[in-house]
Design a protein around this ligand. Sequence first.
Ligand SMILES: [Zn+2]
Length: 194
Amino acid sequence: MNRIPEIAKQELEKLLNGNKNFINGKPTAQNMCLKTLQNLALYQEPYACVLSCSDSRVVPEIIFDCGIGELFVVRVAGIAVGPNVKESIEYAIKKLHVPLLILLGHDDCGVMKFANEQYPEIPEHFQSIIKSVYPVIDGKGKFDCNNEFARKHTLWVEEYLLNHSDIIRSAVENNKLYIAKCHFDHNTGKVELI
Ligand SMILES: [Zn+2]
């Protein structure tokens, strides 16, 4: 869309290198102690916002080899966007000036499985989540592979945010924000760019 802002490129490289550390079993993050927290007691300066699934296997600070104060993480099942999620991301951009937004889908996502099973019915429960996933199936039919479904949904989430948020769209257009669409593979531990 736009050229990647230089600072976002550096931050993304740092996180992808951190992911390599995680895969290799050699994490280096030291800033996970009380002292780090005390140094940040009155302010925060995260350099990336991560929208991640609530899934217990997808823990951004661990898979990116980060510590306290580095990531502003918004977690919701299935990275299902809605007003609160959108505004949490907007806060990171508008108030904390993060230059990088990572949309992090993943393998074996329960929300994708549920949506694929239920479509096109609207279930009694989980309606707001399901409604933010069904548009990916609409017009295309169900997915044979839930992981492919998750990748397509991650791309859809970017479109949703750009279409529903003046703050996010304007930040991208003004080269102040780069949105990285990523997918986490449980078997390899790798975060890949979509
Ligand atoms: Zn999930």
